[in-house]
Design a protein around this ligand. Structure first.
Ligand code: HEC
Ligand code: HEC
Length: 371
């Protein structure tokens, strides 16, 4: 993005035009439609590989800027009190520090707010994986009675009457404000949010071990199941990598642990994916989240039941409910015996999880509130 800033500057000087840069979008006083396409390799790091971006919604500076404005704008809720940013706060990796977020008139969301970054790599969204594209997804919180409680005709009118949006839609899409392009702009903004600068990411895939402390490095071995092999070659490590592995700290393949039961309950109160598919094997299974920035996304799990990472580690060490019929085979791989990590192993694992915090991302002005 910095590079393209340079490009504007260059053309601005070369043609003596009156372009100025504001909130990441180009302001061209003539108001003409001249979108600036974003080069994917400028925002997505080579280590992550290039995501499959939607071909019919190419990222532009103007589209992202409009999406960002919409994300933070409370006028998307019926009483102009709640924005997406109310439940997704940048300093908490776009999650928030309560179990269930507060929506319209103090009503509570049904699940814990999810962190938002590197979504360009995800294939399904929400804890129960019920939505496949971000452009569809945005209409859910906007209309949910306990979130933004908005009606679509009202929203359409509101955007059309707003002079700012008339200008921003024109620049981004060459259209009047409309709900389809609104959803495309929000999709662009969400796709553009990238977290890549944690020490964990500098370390991955292990060729730069100097960035981790000795304790963090021991944690990496525990996380990846590379310790204490028994006579049968089974590791007594914690095997977290099966469902939270790779440089994105998430398993993107639904069948391989990307969607799983991690044994929180014998019978899950929230059916999770099973509530969508009605299949018994999906009952109580959920999307396994990325663990990047996990130190700032408390409380944890779909219902925010764990307040600290220590509690999460205790769960995986000695609290797994093996009698859950949907439990992922990887959770039961140790013959239904709890891991029983030592205090020191727990500290090391915790240290490793904390190395995944990306403070550059948490303060990146490109994602902050533009109002
Ligand atoms: C009242 C709080 C609240 C508001 C407002 C809200 N969200 Fe969320 N968000 C949540 C919760 C809770 C979930 C998980 C919902 C579920 O799994 O059913 C979630 C999940 C998501 C996800 C899925 C992430 C993933 O990894 O699967 C995205 C994307 C998202 N929200 C974007 C938005 C956008 C965009 C808006 C504004 C249009 C918004 N949210 C407004 C609480 C909120
Ligand atoms: C079989 C797959 C699987 C394995 C193995 C696994 N997890 Fe998970 N993890 C999940 C799923 C699924 C969830 C979401 C569960 C829910 O909310 O009901 C989750 C949630 C979490 C969360 C909460 C994240 C958040 O944003 O709320 C943390 C932290 C976590 N796991 C850490 C670990 C650690 C550490 C290990 C290794 C000790 C581990 N996981 C092993 C599947 C797995």
């Amino acid at each position: 993005m910095q590079k393209s800033g340079f490009v504007y500057l260059f053309f601005g000087l070369a043609f003596f035009s009156s372009c100025t840069k504001e909130n990441g979008a180009v302001r061209d006083d003539s108001g003409v439609y001249k979108p600036t396409f974003v080069i994917a390799s400028d925002i997505f790091p080579a280590e992550f590989g290039m995501p499959n971006l939607p071909k019919d919604n190419r990222l532009t500076e103007e589209g992202i800027a409009l999406g960002r404005r919409l994300f933070y704008d409370p006028i998307l809720s019926i009483d102009s009190s709640i924005s997406c940013g109310s439940c997704h706060k940048q300093e908490y990796a776009f999650a928030e520090p309560v179990d269930f977020g507060f929506g319209f008139r103090g009503l509570r969301a049904h699940r814990n707010s999810m962190p938002l970054y590197n979504l360009a790599y995800h294939q399904r969204f929400f804890w129960d994986a019920r939505v496949k594209t971000l452009r569809e997804l945005v209409f859910e919180p906007i209309q949910a009675h306990n979130e933004m409680a908005m009606t679509l005709p009202t929203l359409r009118e509101r955007l059309k009457r707003n002079k700012g949006y008339v200008e921003y839609f024109k620049k981004a899409f060459n259209t009047e404000p409309n709900l389809h392009d609104m959803s495309l702009a929000m999709e662009q903004f969400l796709l553009s949010i990238v977290s890549k600068d944690s020490r964990f990411n500098q370390f991955f895939p292990g060729d730069n071990i100097k960035v981790l402390s000795a304790s963090e490095l021991r944690g990496a071995f525990i996380f990846n199941g590379l310790i204490d092999f028994d006579a049968n070659g089974f590791s007594k490590g914690a095997d977290c990598f099966h469902c939270h592995g790779g440089e994105l700290a998430i398993q993107l393949n639904a069948g391989m642990g990307g969607i799983a039961s991690n044994g929180l309950d014998a019978v899950s109160k929230d059916k999770g994916v099973g509530g969508i598919t009605n299949s018994s094997q999906d009952m109580g299974t959920f999307k396994a989240p990325s663990l990047l920035n996990v130190a700032v996304t408390a409380p944890y799990m779909h219902d925010g039941r764990f307040k600290t990472l220590e509690e999460v580690i205790d769960h995986y060490s000695e609290g797994v409910q093996f009698d859950n019929p949907s439990i992922h085979p990887q959770m039961a791989a140790h013959g239904g015996i709890q891991l029983n990590l030592t205090t020191k192993q727990k500290q090391d694992l915790l240290a490793y999880l904390r190395s995944m915090t990306d403070s550059t991302f948490l303060k990146n002005p490109a994602y902050s509130n533009p109002f």
